[in-house]
Every structure is written in structure tokens, then in C-alpha cells.
Design a protein around this ligand. Structure first.
Ligand code: AMP
Length: 222
């Protein structure tokens, strides 16, 4: 993909189950249109690493695998949207509840704006399982790879030389559990957008490039 010549200031939510490549697609989409990529999980991890007040408040929820209270996350998103509203954005990891989806609408309405679309990358659990089970991650730069895309016997990251490891939460039981949790959590959020005709579903089965093309095709034409 090349950078589009005329940037569109899309305001988008991108979501998908574990293994759907959602964050990679959010990054690509943001780069393609010059949008801000806003990942609440990433922002929270950075706050934890900085030992900020927010990070200290969020840390225990995150390490237990629970959602951080919406009041904290909504504040993060509101502050970021104030900075980024002129640029357009792709939200990744937010909203995770219907209350957050409503809060997002409220934040945008205050600026006289609205969300263009929520895009859901759909993936059968069996496909996600096959992907995640063969995934290795670099301990150094955190890049993820599929075993099949690396030469046989590769143990070091092609980018930085760091050790490649299988993630502890990429086991069959944990993958299934993450899928169940994702569906329980996101079904009401997807329904919220669906009944308002603000949801597009994209088939996530295929290469990164194929899915990226489908995501682009799902966008409203401006
Ligand atoms: P992620 O990288 O999106 O999986 O997020 C990592 C962790 O950050 C989650 O397990 C939650 O604890 C927290 N988090 C991220 N986004 C949200 C959100 N929208 N609402 C509540 N907690 C969140």
C-alpha cells in the first residue's frame, strides 16, 4: 500500500478477536490515511512503565487481566481526541463496553463530530488458534512472527537479533478463554453499532495484505 495523496480524516473504531491482526491493521490503516492510531492498551502500558499516577491506578487491573475502570480510560481517550480531532483517528482496544461507546459518542458530539464507522475483523476461532499457536514474539523488539514466515530453525529475531519465544498466553486453553472473553465483552458493543448501521464486518481470514484491502474497501467513500 502507498500513502494516499488526499488524506481523509476518518474517525474509526477497529476491533477484532485475538489473532485477527487488529492492531497491525489499525497501524496500517492509520499510516495509509495519515490518521492517529490510538491504542488504549498501549497508552496504559506506557503509563504503567512511567509509573505515572494513572499507570499506578491502572496497573493492578491490567495485571489481573481485568478492564481498567471506564472513568480512567474515557479520560485518556477524551484527552487524546482533543489533540487529534483535526487529524482523524483509528481507535484500537476502545470502546470495550457499551458505556464506553456512548461516552465516545458524547466526546465527539461535544466537538460537533461523530464516528464514521466501527470495523470488526471477523475470524473463526479455529483460524485464530492456528495463527496464535504458531506465533513467536521477539523478547527484544516485541515483533511477532508466524513460524512459517521464518526460515526453519530460526531462533533469533531477523530485525534485532533478540530471542524468539512462544507467548505464555498462546496455549490452546488460554486462546479459547481469550476468545470467549472477547465475544462476551464485544457482542453488546458490536450490536450497539450494528443497530445504528455504523458497523462493517470484514473477513479476517487471509494474508495481512488481503485483510488490509478488505478494511480499506469497507470505508465510506468520501
Ligand atoms: P490491550 O492491549 O488492548 O489488550 O489492552 C491491555 C489491557 O489494558 C487490557 O487487558 C485492560 O486491562 C486495559 N485496557 C485497554 N483498553 C481498555 C478499555 N477500553 N477499557 C478498559 N480497559 C482497557
Amino acid at each position: 500500500m502507498s500513502i494516499a495523496s488526499a488524506p481523509h480524516r476518518y474517525r474509526l473504531v477497529l476491533t477484532g478477536p485475538p489473532g485477527s491482526g487488529k492492531s497491525t491493521q489499525a497501524e496500517r490503516l492509520a499510516a495509509y490515511y495519515g490518521l492517529a492510531h490510538l491504542s488504549t492498551g498501549q497508552i496504559l502500558r506506557e503509563e504503567v512503565a512511567r509509573h505515572s499516577t494513572l499507570g499506578q491506578q491502572a496497573q493492578n487491573f491490567m495485571s489481573d487481566g481485568h478492564l481498567v475502570p471506564s472513568a480512567l480510560v474515557n479520560d485518556i481517550v477524551a484527552a487524546a481526541l482533543q489533540r487529534l480531532r483535526a487529524r482523524g483517528f483509528v481507535l484500537d482496544g476502545y470502546p470495550r463496553t457499551v458505556d464506553q461507546a456512548r461516552a465516545l459518542d458524547g466526546m465527539l458530539a461535544e466537538e460537533g463530530l461523530s464516528l464514521d464507522l466501527a470495523i470488526h475483523i471477523e475470524l473463526p476461532e479455529a483460524v485464530a488458534y492456528a495463527r496464535l499457536a504458531s506465533r513467536v514474539v521477539c523478547l527484544g523488539c516485541k515483533t511477532g512472527y508466524q513460524r512459517a514466515e521464518l526460515p526453519a530453525g530460526t531462533t533469533r529475531c531477523p530485525k534485532c537479533g533478540g530471542a524468539l519465544v512462544h507467548r505464555a498466553d498462546d496455549t490452546p486453553e488460554v486462546i479459547h478463554e481469550r476468545f470467549v472473553v472477547y465475544n462476551e465483552m464485544m457482542t453488546p458493543v458490536l450490536d450497539f453499532y450494528r443497530v445504528q448501521s455504523r458497523l462493517r464486518t470484514v473477513d479476517g481470514d487471509g494474508s495481512l495484505d488481503m485483510v488490509a484491502e478488505r478494511v480499506l474497501a469497507a470505508l465510506p467513500q468520501t
